[in-house]
Design a protein around this ligand. Structure first.
Ligand code: CS2
Length: 484
């Protein structure tokens, strides 16, 4: 079967070789390729050719190696209950592999045509403390980047290096556009980058603080990791081999704070002054439900989110979580309708075309819990409201990070704090009170307040005790009886 390439792809509606490079994107994984690159491709197809993308991988060469032989073209497969459709994207013009040549990436970020450097490097890629949002100055990558400002390793390190070079050359700074699920993502990244810049050079810190825009964004599209079955389906549909298509849902949403001093593409996103209500709605409803399902569902033996939704006790739990606990903590975003968002979410979670693994979502829980569940818990505690569903999600994470499943087999726990989590879990054994206490003691996750909240501690310990003794499935059944 021929490979997807410029020669075989047919017409894209534009010539990819003629695109100007307007965007450098750090973290060119499936999420970026199915979301921002898709929005950008639409702009290019409409005739604005200034926004070609150079992607960068900060770790592995896999994406570059898969896409280079096909001229960086790839297929997006979108599905909903009516089936699946396919489209080829040409917005991505090159992929750089940062560790192979950090200077080449810094040079790309310093091209005068580049107006935006965007990022999807996952929560842990910002080297920050998830509970406070501050740069973790003891992070190995931060120490490395301070010692090697021109050969950095971390995303903040690359941003600081490129902003310094642009300033020294008299070029206007690019806008930094974070597209990760962090709370107040623009502000958080601004804090981290400004701090790293000032650790390197006080004046540079001040320059960044005064001159660089970091608009916040809310990104909303479910993009599971691509599987070989996805590759086979795409090939069968197109007659072309694509080494790394991306698979996603038809639903696509993006809300962006409109602060782009150097200009931006006319993305068909929603541009707003205040991102907070949109972000709360999405992080707490979608991601809060996702993480809770990931831990409870994984422990109950479910491989995917769609499987979780097919389990009545678990889907009841998800509805309870969203309706009875999360909704009261949200602000209604202008022009949005929280009730229809929730209804759509339940449909999206059920999408049989997406094999979104619970194990994939379970990754990096220490970086995800604060904005997905703990903020909601704080708000509910303050208002003296129940937190049973939310804390069951947190307890399931505690049970999961012990690294042993309900059949006494190992769980491949992926988390930047994995070793610490494992050591604490091993020391506590199967004693729920000890396990909860030692994990709550991690203030980079739980802050300094929650571990001392008696109600939270009691509720989470009781839920953990049930998960340890009875398992996830019977705990969920008991939850359904207690909260019908
Ligand atoms: C998921 C997200 O893997 C995860 O943690 O919850 O990637 C989720 O699919 C996206 O945020 C949806 O926009």
């Amino acid at each position: 079967m021929p490979r997807l390439s410029r020669a075989t792809c047919g017409t894209l509606g534009y010539d990819p070789d003629k695109l100007e490079i307007g965007i450098v994107h750090l973290g060119v994984g499936a999420f970026h390729r199915a979301h921002q690159a898709d929005y950008t491709d639409e702009v290019i197809r409409s005739g604005d050719h200034r926004w070609g993308i150079i992607g960068a991988s900060l770790r592995s060469p896999d994406t570059r190696d898969a896409l280079r032989p096909q001229d960086y073209l790839y297929t997006i497969a979108e599905s909903d209950e009516d089936g699946e459709r396919f489209r080829v994207i040409g917005a991505l013009r090159n992929v750089l592999v940062a560790p192979e040549n950090p200077s080449a990436l810094i040079e790309a970020m310093c091209r005068p045509s580049v107006k935006i450097v965007s990022l999807t490097v996952t929560e842990k890629g910002y080297c920050h403390d998830p509970a406070t949002g501050e740069l973790n100055e003891a992070h190995p990558d931060v120490l490395h980047d301070r010692a090697n400002p021109d050969g950095p390793r971390s995303a903040p390190g690359f941003l600081v290096a490129a902003l310094r070079h642009r300033r020294d050359k008299g070029l206007a700074p690019f806008t930094v556009l974070c597209c990760d699920n962090l709370p107040a993502n623009g502000r958080t990244v601004a804090k981290v980058v400004t701090r790293l810049a000032s650790l390197q050079d006080g004046e540079l810190g001040q320059y960044v603080a005064e001159n660089v825009a970091f608009p916040s964004t809310m990104i909303d599209r479910i993009v599971p990791a691509t599987t070989d079955a996805d590759r086979a389906r795409v090939a069968a549909a197109s007659g072309l081999e694509d080494a790394w298509p991306v698979v996603t849902e038809v639903y696509n949403n993006w809300v962006v704070e409109d602060r782009f001093p150097q200009g931006r593409p006319q993305w068909s996103a929603t541009f707003v002054d205040d991102i907070a209500p949109f972000e709360l709605m999405k992080l707490r409803l979608l991601n809060g439900a996702h993480s809770s399902m990931a831990y409870l569902g994984y422990l109950a033996g479910h491989e995917t989110i769609a499987d979780c939704m097919g389990d009545e006790a678990l889907s009841h739990f998800v509805s309870h979580l969203m309706q009875k606990e999360v909704t009261s903590t949200l602000m209604v975003p202008p022009g949005a309708d929280i009730e229809s968002y929730k209804a759509a979410l339940l449909r999206r979670f059920r999408n049989p075309g997406l094999r979104h693994r619970t194990w994939q979502i379970a990754m990096d829980g220490s970086q995800k819990l604060p904005q997905r569940l703990l903020g909601t818990i704080r708000d509910r505690l303050r208002a003296d409201q129940s937190i049973d569903g939310l804390t069951l999600g947190v307890a399931a994470w505690m049970r999961y990070v012990t690294g042993i499943n309900e059949r006494d087999q190992p769980i491949d726990v992926r988390d930047p704090l994995r070793d610490q989590l494992r050591a604490r879990a091993d020391a506590a054994g199967r004693d729920a009170a000890k396990l909860a206490a030692t994990l709550l003691d991690m203030d980079q996750v739980f802050g300094k307040d929650l571990p001392h909240n008696r109600r939270f501690k009691l509720t989470v310990t009781a839920a953990l005790d049930s998960l340890i003794r009875r398992g996830s499935r019977s705990t969920l059944e008991a939850f359904r009886s207690a909260f019908p």
